[in-house]
Design a protein around this ligand. Structure first.
Ligand SMILES: Cc1cc2nc3c(=O)[nH]c(=O)nc-3n(C[C@H](O)[C@H](O)[C@H](O)COP(=O)(O)OP(=O)(O)OC[C@H]3O[C@@H](n4cnc5c(N)ncnc54)[C@H](O)[C@@H]3O)c2cc1C
Length: 366
């Protein structure tokens, strides 16, 4: 498995020029193509004869950390391809899997995971986008917001309300991006990220597009998110490690008051604390991934601990790295200026830190 991390890092070091050639905030198909050509997308869309098999949570973690250390844009493109496609891979009818997964795995098209709505974020089970049964399928009406890869994705895994029964009234669908009645607009975030709103106006989808069973879409969403949650921690960890690496290199060299910064204990001990916290975060992330892969019992609280600790630690790591660099880290285009903006979102998406604490607390009182 450590080979996978080393191989990923080797690939990741080659990707920044491909990432930089893309337009900020837009899907970068050449970058997806490179991730496929280098075999990384093949790691999460594994061929098992004529079929595709899901990967392990551990592999996801190793790849995401390895990419994040050297090219956050590649990491994001990679992760979104998995997040959007796994509902289809795990629960799509064979024809739907055959229609989309080979192109997604080849990096030819982008895919989106459409759960959040303007009125339903953390409380995603209260989503309102409706799917009304009609002859041969369903008609979807409503809005999604903050959907990564929207509006450029070729297909979305869309979660819609089919009955008035909370999380037991949600159905998942594979919806092509170019279907009649579906439109989208871009949203611009503090750190460029391909993301946007989607508007569904009486969009027809055939019954064959249902992922899993009608009214059982929440399970499809949770199966996907449970698998990906430790790896959000791994993404954050990769950014935190990149920040620490930069801080170590800089403070070994930079002179002040006649000696290198590393000789001031006030500097070196901050980095010692960061290294310790990152190591602890890595152990939590790998433990959660291993527990998920072992498939024994409930592991949600372990994933929640891993995501919570790793994302909060990464934010602190970047902050310390900026402090020991001084002003130059804040110059536009500096690695740490980029990481400072980039490290913020993982504390919010796929369950904000407060929601992770809720999951952990609920486990304590079970
Ligand atoms: C970069 C980025 C990419 C994203 N990509 C996607 C995507 O591809 N697909 C998708 O569906 N969504 C996506 N999202 C949306 C993301 O999942 C939501 O932002 C997230 O679920 C939080 O919802 P919200 O922003 O509406 O915040 P809210 O739910 O409005 O929460 C606001 C604050 O209240 C807190 N809060 C809420 N409930 C509780 C509670 N019970 N206890 C304590 N505190 C609480 C939250 O923790 C948060 O701090 C993305 C977001 C970002 C930033």
């Amino acid at each position: 498995m450590t080979d996978l991390m080393a191989r990923t890092e080797e690939v990741a070091r080659k990707l920044p020029p491909v990432a930089e050639a893309g337009e900020p905030g837009r899907v970068n198909l050449p970058l997806l193509g490179a991730l496929a050509a280098e075999g990384l997308l093949g790691e999460i869309f594994r061929r098992a004869g004529a079929r595709y098999a899901p990967t392990s949570a551990m592999a996801l973690c190793l790849i995401r950390e390895g990419l994040a250390r050297h090219c956050t844009e590649a990491e994001t493109a990679f992760a979104l391809q998995g997040l959007g496609a796994y509902p289809i891979l795990l629960a799509g009818q064979p024809a739907v899997v055959r229609e989309w997964i080979p192109r997604i795995a080849a990096g030819e098209v982008a895919v989106g995971f459409a759960l959040t709505e303007p009125g339903a974020g953390s409380d995603a089970a209260s989503l309102a986008l409706s799917a009304v049964p009609v002859q041969g399928g369903f008609r979807l009406s409503g809005e999604k917001a903050f959907i990564s890869n929207a509006p450029d994705a070729a297909v979305y895994s869309v979660f819609a309300r089919t009955s008035d029964n909370g999380s037991r009234g949600i159905t998942a669908f594979a919806v092509p991006g170019d279907v009649d009645g579906l439109t989208g607009t871009r949203q611009t975030l503090v750190s460029p990220h391909p993301i946007g709103r989607l508007r569904f106006e009486d969009v027809f989808v055939p019954a064959t597009a249902v992922l899993g069973d009608v009214d059982a879409g929440w399970k499809v969403a949770m199966r996907t998110l449970d698998m990906f949650r430790p790896s959000v921690g791994a993404f954050a960890l990769g950014m935190g490690q990149a920040a620490l690496d930069a801080a170590v290199a800089y403070t070994a060299d930079r002179q002040a008051f006649g000696r290198p910064l590393r000789e001031f204990q006030a500097v070196s001990h901050q980095l010692a604390d960061v290294a310790t916290r990152l190591h602890a975060a890595r152990l939590l992330v790998h433990d959660a991934a291993a527990a998920y892969d072992a498939g024994t019992g409930r592991t949600g609280h372990l994933s929640a601990m891993a995501k919570l600790f790793a994302t909060e630690t990464a934010q602190a790591a970047v902050d310390v790295a900026i402090q020991v660099h001084g002003a130059r880290a804040l110059e536009q285009g500096h690695l740490l200026e980029h990481l400072y903006r980039e490290v913020r979102a993982p504390r919010i998406y796929e369950g904000a830190s407060e929601i992770q604490r809720e999951i952990i607390a609920r486990h304590l009182y079970r």
